[in-house]
Structures are given as structure tokens and as C-alpha cells.
Design a binder for this molecule. Structure first.
Ligand SMILES: [Zn+2]
Ligand SMILES: [Zn+2]
Length: 366
């Protein structure tokens, strides 16, 4: 199928390089897929046209071969050999029109083409990243309410102290990538044959290799060991919740990113208190006379003893609310409340005199 690259960019056949660049900038801006009214297929088409017309040699061949070019570009048998070159595209194509004041950066392009260019890079990073680890920590009910700082000792892969995690000594420039950390590979995609830049496999992107491999870690950069970890557990955390410490998992190879540490928090049960949401609940047993006559009592809360006035004629089972004596709210401000339920404390034994008095009360209708 034939494609008129001049028409796509809206320029004349005799347009100058700067006309082409200007036209491309304007159209790429207009049809950029992240823009309102953007059009990804149009954007790609414009870009394809620009890649050819901005290049003197390609443009000349395009003029010469005409319609044959388009099919050659997107499939096999491209008369121009290398096809579309990623480096070319990023550094000259977009760099150029960035300077023209268009808000549009390399990251935008990455998103569009991420599927084609991201793959190999991402997987090579993932393979050298340290493993995630999971552990549990037990804290008291009180610690869960107010928060606590804990120290854990973990056996895991740690950075090799002999080579500082580098994997070797006598550093030299990586021969494969010439110290850049990146290599260009050819990738076959449905757009054609792309040259894409990926992390150098020999040096893992660091740009350096070593004359001598570290004897302690065999070049891995990490060794088995143990590390003390300090963890701040926030007030309000509930039993079973997990804290993630990023990078505190096992060390990666050759100083690459560590894995994450997941700490599952286990909260011990309290003999006095029960947590429901952010509120703390407790029960207090009161004597018949206290409920009938009223009283001033001390109630155990997580903050210590708190005075509570029991009014006269309080029924058994009544709940009193002590504001802000509950659990610290984990993701907002303030605290929950303390709910005290008062219940009648029925005696298990009466002496002779008490029994007589109860019978007296019964006679008086109580
Ligand atoms: Zn080492
Ligand atoms: Zn390298």
C-alpha cells in the first residue's frame, strides 16, 4: 500500500528540512495520544513519515522508490536496511522538537512504545534484584494502640563487606558496552526492525567489570549473614496487618536493588480490653448498691485509671463512653473511644446476716 509521507506531514515535495521539522512538531503535538483529541495511529504515522523525510538519504530513496517504500518500512525487504532506529528517534527526532518549546518528554514516548522497548530491560533488572522476605513480629495490645519501635535480627543475604557489594576488585571499564552500561540490540516488532537500547548483560548496567572476582561472595556481591532491622510500628496497627520495608529484603546481586521486607504484625490479646474498630471495650462488675445508689469508680483504660461517675439507678448492662481513650487511628487523626459496660456483680455466697437483709428487701418489694 502506498503512503504519501509529504501529504501525511502536510508539506510540499520540495519542503526544506526545517519545514519538515516544523510540520512534524506541530502534528506530533496535536495527535500525541496523551492529549485531548490525540490519535495514536495518526501519531505513529506522522512519526514514520518524519523518520524518512528528515533523513536526506532516506528521503532521496523514498522519492526514488515511491510507494514501494512504505511496505518495505513496515515489513521485511526494507530498501533502507536498518529501518527505524530508536536512538535516532529519541535523540534527534524528539530532542529536536523539544527544543521547539513543545511540552512533551522522553517519558511520554516511553509509555507509548514501552511494550516494545521495556521488556528486556525490565526483566534483566528483575533477575538481579534481591529476594523479598517475610517475617512476623509479636507486639502487646498496648504497643498496638500507641505504636512501638522494634529491633529484629534477620538471617538473609546481605551486602558482601569484602567487595562492598560490587562483586570484585580491580575495576575496569566493561568491554561489551564500553562503560555505557547499555547495548543496542535489534528487535523484530510489527513496526519493523527496531534497534533498541537495553541494559548490558555483562556488567548489569554498571558499566564496569572486575579483573578479580571477589573470593568471599564469588562475584555475587552478597553473602549469607544477618542484619538488625529497626522497624517503627505505627499506633493503631491491627493483628495481621503487614508493614513493608522497601529494600530491606535480601541484597541484590552486584549492589543492585534489595528486595522488600514484609513484616506481619501479631498483636497479643489483652486480658482486660477488647478492640472493636478503633474503640476499646471493657466490662466492670458493680454491686447492687452501687448501681442503685450511684457511685464514683475508677475504670482501667489503656491510659491508666480514669474516674467515672455512676449515676443512681443505673441498669446492669449500661455502657459509658470515655472519649479519646481508644486506639490511635492508623490513617487519620485522633483516637477512638473506650466503652465501659457496667454489669451487676452477683455474689456467690451470702452469710446469715446478708441473707436476712435480702429477705427484708424482698418483703419491701425490691
Ligand atoms: Zn564480595
Ligand atoms: Zn557492560
Amino acid at each position: 500500500m502506498s503512503k504519501d509521507y509529504y501529504k501525511i506531514l502536510g508539506v510540499e515535495k520540495n519542503a526544506t528540512e526545517s519545514d519538515i521539522k516544523k510540520a512534524f512538531s506541530k502534528l506530533a503535538h496535536k495527535y500525541h495520544p496523551d492529549k485531548a483529541g490525540g490519535d495514536e495511529s495518526k501519531f505513529k504515522e506522522i512519526n514514520e513519515a518524519y523518520q524518512v523525510l528528515k533523513d536526506k538519504e532516506k528521503r532521496q530513496k523514498y522519492d526514488q522508490f515511491g510507494s514501494d517504500f512504505a511496505s518495505g518500512f513496515s515489513g521485511g525487504g526494507n530498501p533502507f536496511g536498518g529501518g527505524f532506529n530508536w536512538q535516532d528517534f529519541s535523540s534527534q527526532g524528539f530532542g529536536g522538537f523539544n527544543n521547539g518549546g513543545v511540552e512533551f518528554d522522553f517519558g511520554d514516548i516511553g509509555d507509548i512504545f514501552g511494550d516494545f522497548f521495556g521488556g528486556s530491560r525490565r526483566s534483566s533488572r528483575r533477575s538481579s534484584r534481591g529476594r523479598d522476605i517475610q517475617t512476623e513480629i509479636q507486639i502487646s495490645f498496648e504497643e498496638s494502640v500507641f505504636g512501638v519501635e522494634k529491633h529484629l535480627r534477620l538471617n538473609k543475604k546481605i551486602i558482601c563487606d569484602k567487595c562492598n557489594g560490587r562483586g570484585g576488585t580491580n575495576q575496569e571499564k566493561c568491554k561489551k558496552c564500553n562503560g555505557s552500561g547499555k547495548v543496542t540490540i535489534q528487535q523484530q516488532t510489527f513496526f519493523g526492525n527496531f534497534a533498541s537500547v537495553t541494559t548490558c548483560p555483562d556488567c548489569d548496567g554498571s558499566g564496569v567489570t572486575f579483573k578479580e572476582t571477589c573470593s568471599k561472595c564469588n562475584g555475587l556481591g552478597s553473602v549469607s549473614g544477618s542484619e538488625e532491622i529497626k522497624v517503627k510500628i505505627p499506633g493503631g496497627i491491627a493483628d495481621g496487618q503487614t508493614i513493608r520495608l522497601s529494600g530491606k529484603g535480601e541484597s541484590g546481586s552486584k549492589g543492585s536493588q534489595g528486595g522488600d521486607l514484609y513484616i506481619i504484625v501479631r498483636v497479643s490479646k489483652s486480658s482486660k480490653f477488647e478492640r472493636i474498630g478503633n474503640d476499646i471495650h471493657s466490662t466492670v462488675k458493680l454491686k447492687y448498691s452501687q448501681l442503685i445508689k450511684g457511685d464514683k469508680i475508677l475504670v482501667d483504660t489503656i491510659d491508666g485509671e480514669v474516674k467515672l461517675k455512676i449515676p443512681e439507678f443505673t441498669p446492669s448492662g449500661k455502657v459509658f463512653v470515655l472519649h479519646d481513650k481508644g486506639v490511635t487511628k492508623l490513617n487519620s487523626r485522633g483516637r477512638g473511644d473506650h466503652h465501659v459496660k457496667v454489669i451487676l456483680d452477683i455474689p456467690k455466697y451470702l452469710d446469715k446476716e446478708q441473707k436476712k437483709l435480702i429477705e427484708e428487701l424482698e418483703k419491701r418489694g425490691l
